[in-house]
Design a protein around this ligand. Structure first.
Ligand SMILES: Cc1ncc(COP(=O)(O)O)c(C=O)c1O
Length: 311
């Protein structure tokens, strides 16, 4: 999307600034909340907001590399599609949200940033009826994120399979990036209690789905496999980038159902995600995968990914 396409300056220029002078100077986390510029101490949301009361809303996580927002269009497409799927109207045009997002990044002064978009059903009463919420709340947070120390990208992650399966895809499509992350959080907590770095989540029939906030790939004899969207995964933007990069680099890529055996016996396995980027899995449930560190294909794709995000 060319920045010139954006015409929406009215809201940003007329927005009331609630940001402290210190935060403006040092370049710190910056928040746009329903038309107002805030910082971490001034960004406040009502306890009657249905995002808080019911997890009624959707979100996105986007990365900024060298001041450039990576795949913003794809993330916002997914945000608007998620909202549509739950009958939630985002009260602004996609291009306006993109424009304000870029402005938020530039105001923050954070070149290597992580952006969180949150759209909730808005303020209502204590019942769950969304008709009581006249207007969605829109939040953009620009901050940073670091899931693991840098060496993990060399050593790979120690992963266990979580006992908590992904939610039933018939009740809430995993394609919706909704504010309901409890199953994934419970899975993550299981991993923490077991001393693992990350978890693998299955569906209720035992098929491999995804990580707590990542998609998963295996590499066997130079061929990449990853579960298809209908396996009950969030269709990751990074996953799609990796498929593009791998195909472009001449690797064979297939979207196919996987089980844990495919991971235990893989030459390599890795997770992909906006926050995680591309990170190798060195062992799963005590079985060492491949050489027991980030494999050659994983490293190759990670290098290609890093040159793409800075291109
Ligand atoms: C459950 C889940 N799966 C997969 C992903 C990876 O998606 P993306 O690459 O778009 O960040 C995420 C991250 O947002 C996630 O939360």
């Amino acid at each position: 999307m060319a920045p010139g396409l954006f015409t929406f300056d009215i809201m940003t220029t007329s927005a009331k600034a609630k940001i402290s002078p210190a935060a403006q100077e040092s370049g710190t986390p910056t928040i746009w909340l329903n038309g107002e510029w805030c910082d971490q101490s001034t960004a406040m949301i009502s306890v009657y907001d249905h995002g808080l009361l019911y997890g009624d809303g959707v979100f996105e996580g986007v990365r900024v590399y060298g001041g450039k927002v990576f795949r913003l269009e794809e993330h916002l497409d997914r945000l608007y599609d998620s909202a549509k799927a739950i009958w939630l109207t985002i009260p602004m045009d996609k291009r306006d949200l993109a424009s304000i997002t870029r402005e938020a990044v530039s105001r923050s002064g954070i070149a290597e940033a992580y952006i969180r978009h949150v759209v909730t059903r808005g303020v209502g009463d204590l019942g769950l009826d969304p008709r009581k919420c006249p207007k969605a709340s829109v939040i953009i947070i620009v901050d940073t994120i670091k899931l693991w120390p840098e060496q993990v990208y060399e050593t790979g992650l120690n992963v266990i399979t979580a006992g908590t399966p992904i939610p039933q895809r018939e009740s809430l499509s995993p394609r919706v990036k909704s504010l309901n992350y409890l199953a994934h959080i419970m899975a993550k907590v299981e991993g923490i209690h077991a001393g693992a770095d990350e978890v693998l989540m299955l569906d209720s029939s035992g098929a491999v789905a995804e990580g707590s906030g990542q998609n998963v790939f295996v590499v066997k004899k130079g061929r990449l496999s990853t579960p298809p969207p209908h396996a009950g995964i969030l269709k990751g933007v990074t996953r799609d980038v990796v498929i593009e990069l791998a195909t472009g680099a001449g690797y064979q890529v297939e979207e196919t159902m996987l089980n844990r055996y495919d991971l235990y016996t893989a030459d390599e396995a890795f997770f992909t995600g906006t926050a995680s980027e591309i990170v190798g899995i060195r062992q799963l449930d005590g079985r060492v995968i491949g050489t027991g560190k980030a494999g050659q294909v994983t490293r190759d794709l990670r290098a290609r990914f890093h040159s793409l995000v800075r291109s």
